[in-house]
Design a protein around this ligand. Structure first.
Ligand SMILES: NC(=O)c1ccc[n+]([C@@H]2O[C@H](COP(=O)([O-])OP(=O)(O)OC[C@H]3O[C@@H](n4cnc5c(N)ncnc54)[C@H](OP(=O)(O)O)[C@@H]3O)[C@@H](O)[C@H]2O)c1
Length: 294
């Protein structure tokens, strides 16, 4: 008989995310153990409790989810979780701090419905944030050219440098840092891009309607900001593959359905083995498999 499916939710915030808890239960988790204020330094005891309680044949029925609003702390927690495992004594782990991995995967897969990613050029606004960096990462792996945009060129360069360290120079030969301000857009970047991703902070307008209209080669525009005003003026939060001229638009809620499907599917998948680790790339692949079943 299979042991019940237990998900251990590790969250750096004082209150573990209700959003992540609801998705877990909707994905079939039978027992959810929630821990808040988790830090990399207090992870080991929690992980030991998950890995030493069930026999090897039942370890696939325990899994760990790492979330929390501080995405870098989540990454450090996940690294510590993995270091605690040894040999076959381990459980599967999903990392999705602040929804950054599932959101980025959904955005890139939504764009891929309408355009060939390889050899396209994507402009990623708010490219220094957790979601923007992951969107850029996933696009680069699909051979897309990426203009990573920040309001500050130094910050864009730092993000690109970190990306080079992570992905290697060859993949990042298609990556270019650029700077912008909402009132002074580099016309060449807008002219070059076929794909536009708005990954700026909630409630921040990054691009006005005139600048958007000047992007004459644009095929897909996705604004992930759900908090008014729009991140990309003219895109409504509920837009879902809305055709405007030669462009297709998605808003945060429009792309959010796919994000939720991916999140649920990834949680379900955690319980198929005891040695999986899901970061942005693995979560993207789960989403890509869902897309083939559409
Ligand atoms: N649908 C979902 O489930 C879901 C899940 C996660 C996130 N999101 C949304 O996705 C977007 C990106 O999330 P995130 O966590 O990566 O965002 P974030 O870290 O809050 O911000 C991303 C970037 O936006 C820029 N920024 C910050 N304040 C700004 C301002 N006042 N005006 C213009 N730019 C500003 C910053 O870049 P520079 O300083 O370098 O310019 C920052 O690195 C957000 O709108 C978020 O709400 C949606």
């Amino acid at each position: 008989m299979n042991a019940p499916r237990i998900l251990v939710q590790l969250d750096s915030d004082s209150h573990p995310s209700v959003f992540d808890a609801v998705v877990a239960i909707d994905a079939g988790v039978e027992h959810l153990l929630q821990y808040g204020q988790v830090e990399p330094t207090n992870v080991r005891q929690l992980v030991h409790g998950a890995m030493f309680t069930r026999g090897p044949a039942q370890l696939n029925n325990t899994a760990i989810f790492v979330g929390g609003s501080n995405v870098s702390v989540g990454e450090a927690i996940a690294a510590e979780v993995r270091q605690t495992f040894f040999g076959p004594i381990r459980v599967s782990v999903m990392l999705d701090g602040n929804g950054s991995n599932t959101t980025a995967a959904a955005a890139v897969l939504a764009a891929a419905r309408h355009a060939e990613l390889s050899d396209s050029t994507a402009l990623v606004l708010g490219g220094t944030g957790p979601v923007g960096q992951r969107v850029a990462r996933l696009l680069l792996r699909r051979k897309c050219n990426v203009l990573l945009a920040s309001r500050d060129l130094d910050r864009a360069e730092v993000a690109c440098k970190q990306m080079r360290q992570r992905l290697g120079h060859e993949i990042c030969s298609r990556l270019e840092p650029i700077s912008y301000s909402a009132s002074d857009w580099p016309a060449s970047a807008l002219h070059r891009c076929n794909l536009l991703f708005g990954c700026g902070a909630a409630g921040a307008t990054l691009l006005d309607a005139d600048s958007l209209a000047s992007a004459s080669n644009l095929r897909v525009a996705i604004d992930l900001n759900a908090v008014p005003p729009a991140g990309i003026a003219g895109i409504a939060v509920i837009d879902k593959a809305v055709q405007r001229g030669s462009r297709v638009d998605y808003g945060a809620i429009g792309a959010g359905g796919l994000k939720m499907k991916i999140h649920r599917a990834a949680i379900e998948r955690l319980f198929t083995r005891n040695d999986l680790f899901f970061d942005a790339e693995e979560i993207f692949e789960i989403g890509a498999a869902l897309e083939t079943q559409r």
